[in-house]
Design a protein around this ligand. Structure first.
Ligand SMILES: Cc1cc2nc3c(=O)[nH]c(=O)nc-3n(C[C@H](O)[C@H](O)[C@H](O)COP(=O)(O)OP(=O)(O)OC[C@H]3O[C@@H](n4cnc5c(N)ncnc54)[C@H](O)[C@@H]3O)c2cc1C
Length: 405
């Protein structure tokens, strides 16, 4: 429900404005709507665009259970593929790491476009949440006051609209306006550049294995991530800033065959490359994640390079905590969730960042050109398959199952 602001016939009011309809923003919106709290989601792209944008695909079991507890996992539980192992390939051999045998836990593989499609449908079509697509020039105002507002240009009329609110949830990803609206000097932004590029590929091809493959090869890392029976994601390490046009079909598949090659490995199932872009691997963390009435969540607050497939999981973790904290504040006046929100999120964020750095060395050390790093990398890899303690620690971090963060 909205009402006009005094002296401003064009203005509207919602308790919460959510900027960005990715996994973080849509989950917060769904939690609020389930509790009867009104909110408005503002999204720069069209609904069709966000429902088709390919990105992540691996969900940790705790995240799936979190969605399920909030009534948001029906399709996911019916359709997701369950993964029980991953496979490292190095020194010409295959080493299967069966994490389910060690922990009883699995990964759920469910492409991000399906996660987003389910969340939009539930928010807008089932729970009756308001969402405006294609908005332009979103700007945040009065974040240090208790009367913040958000303005944007309406795509249909070209007019500026103003929405007053009590809280702004900044869920607009790595390139959004929320992080850019932080007053200078108020937040610490810690950044890490790996100095490594990944050619991120989507192939119109069935998976070449029943599990994720990590090729740790002197020519560079190669990854294989099943997404669906028809589509598979691959990664190839490349120099940062490389031009995807320099990676024609033949070169990509020749390189994948070499880097993922190992004794007894079945041939790769080749197919047309339907996405090809270079990611310059980097991480950042904004601390704290709360500034006045602006609450950051997901990639807006922290980016973790896709090395360990953690980004969407962290976005969901933030969204669960933020949604619950806003509900407590707006329905019962309980501020404790909001007060502890940033710290509770950042404990898991830093843990996942550390694991991604550790795994980066495992993936990239053998191709570093430094024989010392190559030697220690192989030692790390061997330890996973010779030491049950090391294996258990890896499984815990890979699956995000630590009892406390
Ligand atoms: C190639 C690749 C592979 C990945 N693989 C994995 C994986 O396997 N597992 C995993 O957990 N994570 C993975 N990730 C990371 C994951 O995709 C992100 O962490 C996740 O999308 C973050 O969700 P979010 O809601 O915070 O942000 P986003 O998904 O980026 O959503 C933000 C939304 O805000 C909108 N927006 C932006 N600016 C504005 C604005 N000014 N006004 C209004 N709206 C705006 C955007 O259009 C977007 O819809 C991968 C990422 C990439 C790039």
């Amino acid at each position: 429900m909205t009402d006009a602001l005094p002296n401003s016939p064009a203005a509207q009011r919602f308790p919460v404005v959510i900027v960005g309809a990715g996994p973080a923003g849509l989950t917060v919106g769904n939690v609020l709507r389930a509790a009867g709290v009104d909110c408005l989601v503002l999204e720069a792209e069209t609904r069709e665009f966000i429902e088709n944008r390919p990105r992540a695909g691996v969900l940790e079991e705790w995240a799936v259970r979190g969605l399920e507890a909030r009534g948001l996992a029906r399709n996911l539980l019916e359709r997701a593929e369950l993964h029980t192992a991953c496979e490292f390939r190095f020194s010409g051999e295959r080493y299967r790491f069966s994490y389910e045998e060690l922990t009883g836990r699995r990964h759920f593989v469910y492409p991000q476009p399906l996660v987003v499609t389910d969340l939009v449908r539930e928010y807008a079509d089932v729970r009756g949440g308001e969402i405006r697509f294609g908005v332009r020039d979103v700007a945040l105002h009065g974040l240090g006051t208790d009367r913040p507002s958000v303005s944007y240009t309406c795509p249909a009329t070209g007019r500026r609209q103003v929405v007053a609110c009590a809280f702004v949830a900044g869920c607009d990803g790595a390139r959004g306006v929320a992080r850019a609206s932080l007053p200078p000097g108020r937040a610490r932004v810690a950044r890490h550049d790996y100095g490594i590029g990944w050619l991120a590929l989507l192939a119109q091809a069935p998976p070449s294995s029943d599990c994720v493959l990590f090729g740790c090869h002197p020519r560079g890392f190669a990854g294989h991530m099943p997404r669906s029976p028809e589509v598979t994601r691959y990664y190839l390490q490349c120099p940062p800033g490389d031009d995807p046009a320099d990676w024609p079909h033949e070169r990509v598949w020749a390189e994948l065959r070499q880097r993922l090659g190992a004794a007894g490995a079945p041939p790769l199932a080749e197919g047309a490359l339907i996405e090809k872009r270079v990611l310059d691997l980097h991480d950042y963390v904004v601390e704290p994640m709360v500034h006045g009435r602006l609450l950051l969540a997901g990639d807006a607050a922290h980016l973790v390079a896709p090395i360990a497939a953690k980004g969407m999981n962290l976005a969901l973790h933030d969204a669960f905590l933020l949604g619950d904290a806003l509900v407590a504040r707006l329905t019962e006046g309980d501020d404790s969730g909001l007060a502890g929100y940033s710290e509770a999120c950042l404990r898991r964020v830093w843990d996942y960042q550390e694991f991604s750095q550790w795994l980066s060395e495992v993936f990239h050390g053998t191709a570093s050109g430094d024989p010392f790093r190559a030697g220690t990398t192989v030692a790390r890899l061997r330890r996973l398959f010779t030491s049950p303690t090391a294996a258990a620690a890896f499984a815990e971090q890979y699956l995000g199952t630590a009892v406390r963060y």
